[in-house]
Design a protein around this ligand. Structure first.
Ligand code: BES
Ligand code: MN
Ligand code: MN
Length: 445
C-alpha cells in the first residue's frame, strides 16, 4: 500500500465541506458525491448512478460481476455534521492535518475515513470474489430521508447476502466490536407561546406569563433530576438486556471512572443510578435538550417578557420502542403538562426506529476472523448509543447487517478536533480486505 498516496486521496475527500444540514453546502455535498462516484468508477463499477433527487444524492454502484460469488452491500455516508464551534479546532476542520499519527478533520472518522477504508480495501490485495454493491448516502446526519424514500420505491436495492456498515468504533484500542443494537431517535421542537407579543417586564411582570419560564417548567416535568423521563408510557416497550448480556459488558475494557475523566471530562455523571453507565448509554432511552431559542439573547440588557420560546429536543430510543408511538407519547405529554394559559406545540423534524441485529450468520464469524488475523483479537459484541436511521430498512430484505467500524471511542464525532488514528485506518484496510477474501471463499459452494 502506498500510504502517502492514500493519505493524499483521503485528504482530498475530507477537504470537501459536505455538511448536509446546511443549504449553503449543497454544492459541496454534490462534490463529495462526485468524489465517491469517481472512486467507484475507478474500481471498475457498473451502473454508477445518483439516486434520489430532492436533496443530496445516494451514490449507487455495482462492482464487476463475479458469477457464483456472494453479494456484499457496502453502506456509508459522505455527509458530515457542521464543524462549529470553529474557534475550538486546533487546525481548521476542512484542512485535514496529521499530528502524532492522527488525522484531524471533520468527517475523518464519521464517516468519510471509514467509507474510504471500505473502498480502498477492495483493491488492496487483488480482486476478491465478491459481487459488491454500494449505497453511499449524503444525508445520514439529518435523517436519511432520500434513502428511505428510495428504499420504499426500490426495496430490491438492499438484496444481498450481507450488508457491511462501517460507521462505528472499537470499544477500546485493540478491541474491535460488532454491534447488536443501535438506538433510534425522535427529534423535535417544542414551542411554548404565552401572549400575542413580547411585553414590557415592568408593566406586565408579576401577572403575565413568561414563555421561557413556562418552557423550562415543561421541560423539567418531562424529565426529572434523577434522569427519569416522565412521558407517560415512554418506558413501556423498553426491553432490558438479558443477564448474560449484562454480565458480558462487565468484561469489556470500560471503566466508569475513565469514561467520566477522560471522555466526558466533567465532574460527575447523571442518569438513572440504579443502572450501570453502559446500560444507560446502550440500553436505555434518553431525553436531551439541544438548544433553546427565543427571547433576548443579544448584547446588553433588554427588559422584556418573551411571548415565545422553543426547545430543540431529541429522544434516543431502544428496542422495542417505536418512533411513531414515541412521537404520539411526547405530543400528548406536552399537551398534558402545559398549563391551560399556555399554547404548547411539538413539531417533529426527523427520526428513526432502533435497530436490533442477530449475530447468527456465518459472515459475522468471517469478520471476527479477519480482525483476529490483523490485530490478534476478534470482535466483541456490543451495543451502540448512536443511530443510523436507515439500518432497519437495510435489514428489511433479510440480509445480515454487520455493524462495525474502525474508529476509537475518543474520536470526537460531531465535535471540534474530530480525528482518525492512522493505525486504525491502515489496520482497517487490511481487515476489510481480509474479510472480503474470506467472504469470497464461499464455503456453501
Ligand atoms: N456514525 C454515527 C452513528 C454512531 C455514532 C453510531 C457512534 C454508533 C456510535 C452517525 O453518523 C450519526 O451521527 N448518526 C446520527 C443520526 C441522526 C442525526 C439521525 C446520530 O446518531 O445522532
Ligand atoms: Mn456516521
Ligand atoms: Mn454522525
Amino acid at each position: 500500500m502506498d500510504r502517502d498516496r492514500l493519505l493524499r486521496e483521503l485528504s482530498e475527500f475530507l477537504r470537501i465541506p459536505s455538511v448536509s444540514t446546511l443549504p449553503v453546502h449543497n454544492q459541496d455535498c454534490r462534490r463529495a458525491a462526485d468524489w465517491v462516484a469517481a472512486e467507484l468508477r475507478r474500481l471498475g463499477c457498473r451502473n454508477v448512478d445518483f439516486l434520489g433527487s430532492e436533496t443530496h444524492p445516494v451514490v449507487w454502484g455495482e462492482g464487476p460481476k463475479v458469477p457464483g460469488a456472494p453479494t456484499l452491500l457496502l453502506y456509508g455516508h459522505y455527509d458530515v455534521q457542521p464543524p462549529d464551534p470553529l474557534g475550538e479546532w486546533t487546525t481548521p476542520p476542512f484542512e485535514p492535518t496529521v499530528r502524532d499519527g492522527r488525522l484531524y478533520a471533520r468527517g475523518a472518522a464519521d464517516d468519510k475515513g471509514q467509507v474510504f477504508c471500505l473502498l480502498k480495501a477492495i483493491d488492496a490485495r487483488g480482486k476478491p470474489a465478491v459481487n459488491f454493491r454500494f449505497l453511499i448516502e449524503g444525508e445520514e446526519e439529518f435523517g436519511s430521508k432520500v434513502l428511505f424514500d428510495l428504499l420504499k420505491r426500490e426495496p430490491q436495492r438492499v438484496a444481498a447476502d450481507a450488508v457491511l456498515v462501517a460507521d462505528m468504533s472499537y470499544v477500546a484500542p485493540g478491541w474491535p466490536a460488532v454491534y447488536t443494537t443501535l438506538r433510534g431517535l425522535c427529534y423535535g421542537e417544542i414551542t411554548v407561546r404565552t401572549s400575542k407579543t413580547d411585553l414590557h417586564s415592568g408593566e406586565y411582570g408579576g401577572a403575565a406569563p413568561n414563555a421561557h419560564e413556562e418552557l423550562c417548567r415543561l421541560l423539567t416535568r418531562l424529565k426529572s433530576d434523577d434522569g427519569q423521563i416522565n412521558i407517560p408510557g415512554f418506558y413501556g416497550a423498553v426491553k432490558r438486556p438479558s443477564k448474560a448480556e449484562l454480565a458480558a459488558w462487565k468484561k469489556l475494557p470500560f471503566k466508569e471512572k475513565d469514561f467520566l475523566e477522560k471522555r466526558v471530562q466533567g465532574k460527575g455523571l447523571v442518569g438513572l443510578k440504579r443502572y450501570s453507565v453502559l446500560e444507560r448509554l446502550w440500553a436505555l432511552p434518553t431525553f436531551e435538550i439541544h438548544g433553546i431559542l427565543g427571547g433576548f439573547t443579544g448584547e446588553g440588557a433588554k427588559t422584556v417578557i418573551p411571548a415565545e420560546a422553543t426547545a430543540k429536543v431529541s429522544m434516543r430510543l431502544v428496542p422495542n420502542q417505536k418512533l411513531k408511538t414515541v412521537e404520539r407519547q411526547l405530543a400528548a405529554a406536552v399537551k398534558r403538562f402545559a398549563p391551560k394559559y399556555v399554547t404548547a406545540t411539538v413539531r417533529f423534524l426527523h427520526g428513526a426506529d432502533p435497530a436490533q441485529i442477530k449475530l447468527n450468520d456465518a459472515s459475522f464469524q468471517k469478520l471476527d476472523e479477519a480482525f483476529k488475523s490483523v490485530l490478534g483479537r476478534g470482535t466483541v459484541p456490543a451495543r451502540a448509543g448512536g443511530s443510523i436511521p436507515v439500518v432497519p430498512a437495510l435489514a428489511s430484505a433479510g440480509a445480515p447487517v454487520i455493524l462495525t467500524g474502525i474508529g476509537l471511542p475518543d474520536d470526537r464525532l460531531h465535535a471540534p478536533n474530530e480525528k482518525l488514528e492512522l493505525k486504525q485506518l491502515w489496520d482497517g484496510i487490511e481487515v476489510f480486505s481480509k474479510f472480503y477474501d474470506l467472504l469470497g471463499k464461499n464455503d456453501a459452494h
